[in-house]
Ligand binder design. Sequence first.
Ligand code: IDP
Ligand code: MG
Length: 155
Amino acid sequence: MGIERTLVLLKPDAVARRLSGELISRFEQKGLTIVGMKLLHVTPALSKQHYAEHVSKPFYPQLEAFITSGPVVALALEGIGAISVVRAMMGPTNAREAAPGTIRGDFGTSRQMNLVHGSDGPDAAKKELAVYFKPEELLTYANPLEGMLYAGDEK
Ligand code: IDP
Ligand code: MG
């Protein structure tokens, strides 16, 4: 699995509900490293790029209206298996079906306003990180606690 980077968005509902800090804390507490972070408005063009696989679906217009309705926080997170670790922390798409303990399970009751986006695989992560961050906005830095996060044979 190795060290991975993944894109997380705190969606407009999370920012509007003042949950950004709470959700960033969860990722920090899990042991993931923030290597990129910004607040931005998703434009309709960016939405179509980001959600290309959903553009032709009936729910797309309301998804675009939602994701462009207010600022989002974009995070680039790093860690061993970061992509699947984040997806597990998020819970399934429909927050009503998400187990307590997951972000969607703890904070949401909607299928659409489900607080977070996380890349669903290595190809998506690479593509999405490039969409939201310029190369120089993604940092590489040593974590002085690294030895307390992973054993040497886990990477
Ligand atoms: P995911 O975010 O769990 O990967 P996807 O199926 O990729 O879920 O859908 C992307 C986003 O589109 C969801 O997070 C949710 O906000 C929205 N969405 C998904 N399915 C529906 C739907 O049936 N109705 C309305 N919005 C939906
Ligand atoms: Mg998805």
